[in-house]
Design a protein around this ligand. Sequence first.
Ligand code: ADP
Ligand code: GN1
Ligand code: MG
Length: 353
Amino acid sequence: MEQMISRFAVKGTPVTACRFGEGHINETYLVACDTGLCYILQKINRQVFQRPEELMENIARVTAFLGERSDDRRSAMHLVPACDGCMYAVDEEGEYWRVYEFIPDSVCLQRAEHPQDLYHVGLAFGNFQQLLADFPAAALHESIPDFHNTRVRYAQFRDVLKKDVVGRVGECRKEIEFALAHEQEAGVIVNGLEDGTLPLRVTHNDTKMNNILLDYTTRKPLCVIDLDTVMPGSSLYDYGDSVRFGVSTAAEDERDLTKVHVDMDLYRVFTQGYLDGCGGSLTEAETVLLPMGAKLMTLECGVRFLTDYLNGDHYFRISRETHNLDRCRTQFRLVQEMEERWEEITQMINEVS
Ligand code: ADP
Ligand code: GN1
Ligand code: MG
């Protein structure tokens, strides 16, 4: 760690480094220097991001674009270049590392502690999309092709199901059945993008609450982080993925499914925040599909967790044997409840929009 951080133009001498955050993908470390300044050092997950140079080009462009549009240094991510001027460094094992300035006096939540927190998360992601409306989308590489193409996610699921490489298919019959029973809806958003009824925008694509930093004191949104998946997509991906994570009454990996419900108050405040953040820019077609966006993103995430479980857990970081299966179950439970409460949800969104 020491050797790696010394390859970047940080101010001061590093004194401590420890694992940080709860992301499922990259390896993140908090490094403190003797100057009192802190940095985020990340090892990029090479299995997930197969073209790290392109990924870093995206991030350099997006952070520069957003940085120019804000006067507060804490409201944009700032990459720290390596001493050779490059935005990343490669170690002897061919692993790619990057450094960001640590954003001080911020809080990163795994759950809303107050409904207002979720309003601010919605506001931040809606605003983010608005800010990127002028970003030259053609300049972005697709960091993970077909990331939210639910049809493709189903094809990957079917492939893994057929191979059953770790012999887990037998223990997941119920979940597999649930996934297959919902396959006919997988194309709704992708079809809309393809036939032009839904607009293609520059979106974040990984809008979990823990990819937002709020100001520690005011609890207002400070900065959108985890920019690895910023690429052309649908607003329904961002809205839906945030609902999936933020409006659940339990953690994504909760084992007791009786604790997993859709919290309608949170759903309402999040929707309000997101729509306020978008500032009226959503089309009628997008607005009508908001409940479907939430359901599809939750379903897709469940299918991805299940696929990874059946494939032997190579994608998402796990800390117990059935972690991905547990995560899949909470997602499917939420999908089921969204279906049961469909009218109530639709009515709530109509009231808010
Ligand atoms: P992953 O892709 O693995 O989710 P993230 O980029 O989201 O990685 O980083 C993981 C965690 O590290 C975040 O959830 C947040 O807690 C923290 N973090 C990342 N960047 C910063 C930053 N610039 N300032 C403060 N905290 C950060
Ligand atoms: C991953 O990196 P993180 O933890 O913010 C994943 C998301 C999933 C999420 C599920 C690049 O997000 O797509 O929705 O886990 N990110 C990537 O918790 O695959
Ligand atoms: Mg993250």
